[in-house]
Design a protein around this ligand. Structure first.
Ligand SMILES: Cc1ncc(COP(=O)(O)O)c(C=O)c1O
Length: 459
């Protein structure tokens, strides 16, 4: 009898109680063990949704490169295609074909001589693309290696993103970092080439640098490596890590030569979820020629009735990022990407000019490569640090990271701003007003916020 009343109470509770009067929202929930009981979908939705409100506001996140807004139609399409598993190419042949079309569109943007048969794959993001490209380099180097006892190395700027350090550690390749210098925050070709030898599996060029958004001089790097080959016979390939620039340079700097137009560039990766303007996680990696992607690395999946070639670190993964990428390609075309990115760049230039005009800051870059720029304090030891400023801005809701530069320039702390599609000029003006107010506050309260040195997030 008692049990029956309790069940009726529960049913009443589910059917008629307003959401926030539900018993489940008035009690602690089982967070770290699986609870014995089920709950209504509305209640669980509300609990999780409410908790996630405590996350930062994506519109005020100037830290991330990753897309924080897509059109409602794109979001709907993504929600309607959650079930598509990209590995089930035989089950979802249209999704597989859409992936192939995207690879061909990118090959075209990056000037590959592919004739509709571009060689590449979607990935979870640029990191996976970099791992695959690095593996192809290592394999290709190994098969050509005739002398015993030589260990593989990879040459890259010490501004390279952490995924390259990861690649080197996981695949046992020695990373040879070209140091940065004050005023020179990315790879210098002559210094990179000086580190190359018979063990060098490749050199990584970055378009653009995660630290300050600047483009590394890929064409000059290729020329310097050509000279090395002419002098010492070493034929060293380039991989371009175009995580952000792969979707920016073709539209904003179409005459910049950085891609497959350079014979030495054998592979390129980019993140669809950065300036490809898709929600996380989709990335891309493409190769110039079948010879650049060793056959042994391609697995044929005999599964669900088909025989499909794949080259990926994962087996199952969501297909809806690829579908959303294709949506953007059809929806925006070259004209749409150009307009959106030009807006981002104009806003970046507006912000960097305003920040340069303030007496305390010095720019490392202005946002004229990627719509991304970094700045530092002119006199780091006076009044406040950029960590203090980052904290103050966070209190207003803005997420702007402060971090120290990599090895060799570790004592320099910078702030970086990534301008994305949903950061309008109006919000940018509000940001500058808040920045000025927080700087004025810190100048007025120099001892209330002692600076605490924090580790760099970069390395
Ligand atoms: C130059 C560069 N390479 C690789 C990555 C890693 O990209 P993802 O987050 O798509 O794995 C990033 C991310 O910021 C990057 O800027």
């Amino acid at each position: 009898m008692h049990k029956q009343v309790q069940n009726e109470d529960e049913e009443d509770n589910l059917a008629f109680t307003p959401t926030y009067a539900s018993r489940f929202l008035n009690e602690p929930i089982a967070k770290y063990v699986l609870s014995d009981k089920s709950q209504s979908p509305e209640t669980v939705y509300q609990i999780i949704k409410d908790e996630l409100q405590l996350d930062g506001n994506a519109h005020m996140n100037l830290a991330t490169f990753v897309t924080t807004w897509m059109e409602p139609q794109a979001s709907r399409l993504m929600a309607e295609t959650f079930e598509k598993n990209l590995i089930d190419k035989d089950e979802y042949p249209e999704t597989a074909d859409i992936e192939r079309r995207c690879v061909n569109i990118l090959a075209d943007l990056w000037h590959s001589d592919h004739e509709g048969q571009a060689l590449g794959t979607s990935t979870v993001g640029s990191s996976e693309g970099c791992m695959l490209a690095g593996m192809a380099f290592k394999w290709r180097w190994q098969t050509k290696q005739t002398r015993k006892g030589i260990k593989p190395n990879l040459v890259l700027g010490s501004n390279a993103q952490i995924c390259w350090e990861k690649f080197c550690r996981y695949w046992q390749v020695e990373p040879r970092f070209v140091p940065l210098e004050k005023g020179q925050y990315h790879l210098q070709p002559e210094r990179a080439v000086a580190l190359c030898d018979e063990g060098t599996i490749g050199v990584v060029g970055i378009l653009g640098s995660t630290i300050d958004g600047s483009y590394e001089p890929i064409e000059e790097l290729a020329r310097t490596l050509d000279n090395l080959q002419a002098k010492r016979g070493l034929d060293i390939p380039i991989h371009v890590d175009a995580a952000s620039g792969g979707f920016v340079a073709p539209f904003l700097q179409p005459h910049l030569v950085w891609d497959f137009r350079l014979l030495r560039v054998k592979s390129i990766n980019s993140s669809g979820h950065k300036y490809g303007l898709v929600y996380p996680g989709v990335g891309w990696v493409l190769w110039r020629h079948p010879d650049d992607l060793p056959k042994e690395l391609i697995f044929r999946v005999n599964y669900l009735g088909g025989d499909m070639p794949t080259f990926a670190l994962n087996f199952s993964r969501p297909g809806n990022g690829v579908i959303a990428q294709y949506y953007n390609f059809l929806r925006l075309g070259r004209q749409g990407y150009r307009r959106i990115l030009q807006n981002c760049q104009d806003t970046a230039l507006f912000l960097s000019r305003k920040i340069e005009d303030m007496e305390y800051f010095e720019l490392l870059s202005r946002g004229d490569d990627l719509p991304v720029f970094a700045f530092t304090l002119k006199k780091p030891k006076t009044f406040f640090s950029l960590y203090d400023l980052s904290d103050r801005m966070r209190e207003r809701g803005w997420q702007v990271p402060a971090y120290s530069l990599p090895k060799d320039l570790q004592s320099t702390v910078v702030m970086r701003i990534v301008v994305k599609e949903n950061f309008s000029r109006d919000i940018a003006a509000q940001f500058i007003q808040d920045l000025k107010e927080q700087v004025a506050w810190l100048v007025d309260h120099p001892y209330k916020h002692p600076s605490v040195p924090r580790p760099s997030f970069h390395h």
